[in-house]
Design a protein around this ligand. Structure first.
Ligand code: UDP
Ligand code: MG
Length: 314
């Protein structure tokens, strides 16, 4: 029988975990009985609550449950990679612990691969119900901007929730970069992907780990990882300013020859200096972003560090 690996990244999810497990088991029994085997890989991303204890309890009563526990919080991207690397299934799915990625869609996704011949099925939220409007606004802006800048297509509203064939998983794992931006990595590897749309579901318990600031940094991560357009942009702004200043110089020389030299225009001069130094700092900032990412890649540090897995407590 074929095996499906379910990878669940968990950071402070003690409340959501039992609910997730219950729902997942219900779906498995209802939709996959006699069709596929399962393994559940819970990746504990350095939780500060009793998440690991909850996972171990699940493991006690169900040997389908496997787990990986990190030495500290490495972030969801690292957790997903660890899960993918540990997975043994012919098909692999990535899910959140808060049931915002409904397990009930799994059968439909599985069918798309089995019957329609796709390699990979992704999910997309068509509404952002229950999310602060300002957050939705910035999210939309981000997708508009990044799709203009990058040759890789990022789908607006795409979740990390997806079902993949083994070869897609192997392709993802082969990308060893440190600054991981999954939405980009999934597009980068290609393969035939079907998108399933669904309405946003609110999390069952606990609270979101994404503050606005964290999302902002994640957005910058996405842009620097998949586009070098900002670098071109800063050169372009530089060139435009050179041309402008050249025109201004000619204008001033001509004016001085015609009118003599009345000393005026100091305030405007100061404004121009402040403005141009702002543009310079902004450009240096952009270069700095790329440089810092390069620095992190060059150091070649591990993406995550494992403290224990189910194999430590057989
Ligand atoms: N998560 C994680 N590490 C982190 C932050 C989050 O593994 O550092 C997990 C979290 O436990 C959840 C999933 O990533 O299963 C999505 O997080 P969350 O629900 O907070 O994000 P949202 O759905 O609000 O975007
Ligand atoms: Mg969530």
């Amino acid at each position: 029988m074929e095996k499906i690996s379910v990878i669940v990244s968990c950071y402070n999810e003690e409340q959501a975990l039992p609910l997730f497990y219950e729902e997942m088991e219900r779906v498995r029994k209802q939709d996959f009985d006699g069709i596929a085997e399962f393994e559940y890989i819970f990746v504990n991303d350095g939780s500060k609550d009793n998440t690991l204890k909850e996972i171990k309890e699940l493991r006690e009563k169900d040997k389908k449950v496997r787990y990986i526990s990190f030495s500290r919080n490495f972030g969801k991207e690292a957790a997903m990679l660890a899960g993918l690397e540990a997975s043994e299934g012919d098909y692999v799915t990535l899910m959140d612990a808060d049931l915002q990625d409904p397990p009930s869609l799994l059968r439909q996704m599985y069918n798309a691969i089995k019957e329609e011949g796709y390699d990979c099925v992704g999910t997309r939220r068509v509404t952002r119900k229950g999310e602060p409007p300002i957050r939705s606004f910035f999210a939309r802006m981000f997708y508009k901007i990044i799709n203009k800048m990058s040759s890789i297509e990022m789908v607006d509203g795409a979740r990390d929730y997806r079902l993949m064939k083994r070869k897609v998983v192997d392709a993802i794992i082969s990308l060893k970069e440190y600054n991981r931006y999954s939405k980009g990595l999934f597009s980068f590897v290609g393969f035939d992907t079907k998108w399933i749309e669904y309405e946003n579901v609110e999390r069952v318990a606990g609270e979101t780990k994404w503050s606005f600031w964290k999302l902002f940094k994640y957005a910058i991560e996405g842009i620097t990882a998949f586009s070098t357009t900002p670098l071109i942009l800063s050169s372009l702004i530089g060139i435009i300013f050179c041309i402008l200043s050249f025109v201004a110089i000619i204008f001033i020389i001509v004016r001085t020859l015609v009118n003599g030299d009345p000393t005026a225009g100091w305030p405007s001069l100061v404004c121009i200096i402040v403005f141009v130094s702002g543009v310079q700092l902004f450009s240096i900032g952009i270069i700095g972003q790329y440089l810092s990412k390069t620095y992190l890649e060059v150091k070649n540090r591990p993406i995550y560090i494992i403290k224990e897995t189910e194999k430590d407590n057989l």
